[in-house]
Design a binder for this molecule. Structure first.
Ligand SMILES: Cc1cc2nc3c(=O)[nH]c(=O)nc-3n(C[C@H](O)[C@H](O)[C@H](O)COP(=O)(O)O)c2cc1C
Ligand code: SF4
Length: 443
């Protein structure tokens, strides 16, 4: 039987039936420090080498988008910190940890849910990450005022600092798709604009105040207390060999309230659709992992939800968000997503600024039945030649959207040459972010 739980902020949360919850907390409002400690939180940190070993063996992967192995990142920061550790600059920490809770992805609400409802779990994870990289300063980076209030209130409960943790600062920026990119986070914390910078250096080499900086998604960090307490084998008890553990997934679909699930990696898509009440044969496609990886067609229903399977399918699990297309027209969805990228790109790189605008205009013309065959040729060319040309991945995301529309929906694209379709009228307008989770409404 499916159990659903309303939570602070109006979003319903659902654990996968029969699977333990590691990240979701069911019922009640924001977890207090006492409640968190009573359930085993903020345990004294034992030998850091043991924790590092558990992290390594767990196979924990980042939840911010790329699914990058957390242990590799930790090792990178530790290696980069050695010279600074020998001669620490006066008044500076040797390394820095940033808990990235900005969550620029419109179709996702998991990081804000964690920050609003389980601030102590995130702070405990940050404390453990700081121990791993020997950081004496940590930042919680976010844009949601409610999340900021929750974290500051959690810190007040603790008297200003996390037990045995680093000095902590909460930094709030204006929300934006690129504001959560790691170099944007570092630049904003350093006092600049929350827009991406050129790489190298990457934050693990030189980040906040020029120090080696671990930037990790808040959900990634929220896995550390479980891992520290129960060990790598327990962590691996859920999920697949290459995508171990559970993950938070914001699921949106037309005419249904968004739901935040905690799912074991490797779950068949059909199981999730059944849980969400969507008949598999009504699925036209999906935006998997949020806007970043583009569209999948109805073959999505034959896949499982793990990094390796989705990568093989030419997609990716990204931040775990799933927007399921049923009656919506994929051409109109692609046009709306590309227009969103056009509004949200940082306007720093000519290829991104101009290329995203051109791809948005071409798909909008297609959705409105105004495009000709050579517009499609140009769209195809842009989606290929512009890849990798921006300072951050946002231009690649726009290329993914255009290319996936052309590759996976040739029939629908052909139908739109010279015609708009009836379904375009019921799909998102191009001036809105489709499937954006406002905690109560979508589309
Ligand atoms: C355009 C763009 C936007 C991003 N936005 C976010 C974001 O909102 N939150 C986030 O955690 N990571 C975001 N990322 C990924 C971060 O750059 C970084 O890889 C991540 O925070 C690292 O955390 P993880 O290893 O725990 O996943 C974004 C990346 C790109 C290219
Ligand atoms: S690629 Fe686009 S979004 Fe990224 S920094 Fe350049 S202009 Fe900004």
């Amino acid at each position: 039987m499916q159990h659903t739980y309303p939570s602070a902020g109006g979003l319903t949360v659902v654990p996968y039936p029969g699977s333990e919850t590691r990240l979701l907390r069911l019922g009640g409002g924001a977890e207090t420090a006492c409640e968190y400690c009573d359930s085993g939180g903020y345990r004294p940190i034992g030998a850091v080498a043991e924790l590092a070993d558990a992290v390594e063996r767990s196979g924990l992967r980042g939840r911010g988008g790329a699914g990058f192995p957390f242990a590799v990142k930790v090792n990178g920061v530790r290696a980069a910190s050695r010279p600074a550790a020998a001669v620490p600059p006066a008044g500076c920490t040797e390394t820095v940890v940033v808990a990235n809770g900005e969550e620029g992805e419109p179709a996702s609400f998991k990081d804000r849910w964690l920050l609003r409802n389980r601030p102590h779990l995130v702070l405990d994870g940050l404390r453990l990450a700081a121990a791993l990289v020997r950081a004496r300063r940590g930042y919680v980076y976010l844009s949601d005022p409610e999340s900021e209030r929750s974290v500051l209130s959690a810190l007040r409960e603790l008297g200003g600092t996390v037990p045995g943790g680093p000095e902590l600062v909460v930094v709030r920026v204006d929300p934006g798709y690129v504001a959560g990119e790691e170099t944007a986070a570092v630049q904003a914390i350093n006092g600049g604009r929350a827009v991406p910078t050129d790489k190298p250096p990457r934050p693990y080499e030189a980040g906040v105040a020029g120090l080696p900086t671990l930037v990790s998604n808040v959900e990634t960090l929220a896995n550390l207390p479980f891992l520290e307490r129960w060990g790598a084998d327990a962590y691996r008890a859920a999920g697949t060999a290459l995508s171990p553990g559970t993950f938070l997934s914001t699921v949106t679909a037309a005419h249904r309230a968004p739901v935040l699930y905690e799912l074991p990696y490797g779950l068949p898509v059909t199981d999730l659709l059944a849980l969400h009440g969507i008949p598999a044969d009504s699925v036209r496609g999906a935006l998997v992992g949020g806007y970043f990886t583009g569209l999948l067609d109805s073959t999505f229903t034959g896949l499982t939800l793990d990094h390796e399977t989705l990568r093989r399918a030419g997609s990716g699990l990204g931040c775990g968000a799933l927007a399921v297309l049923t009656e919506e027209c994929p051409v109109a969805v692609a046009a709306a997503v590309l227009n969103y990228f056009d509004r949200e790109n940082a306007g720093q790189c000519g290829s991104c600024f101009n290329g995203t605008a051109a791809m948005a205009a071409a798909t909008t013309a297609l959705a409105q039945g105004r495009a000709a065959a050579d517009d499609l040729d140009r769209l195809r060319r842009w989606s290929t030649v512009l890849r990798g040309r921006g300072a951050c991945g946002a231009l690649d995301a726009a290329c993914n959207t255009a290319a996936s529309l052309l590759d996976r929906f040739p029939q629908e694209v052909a139908t739109h040459l010279g015609n708009s379709c009836a379904d375009c009228a019921i799909t998102p307008a191009t001036d809105r972010a489709p499937y954006r989770v406002e905690t109560e409404a979508l589309l």
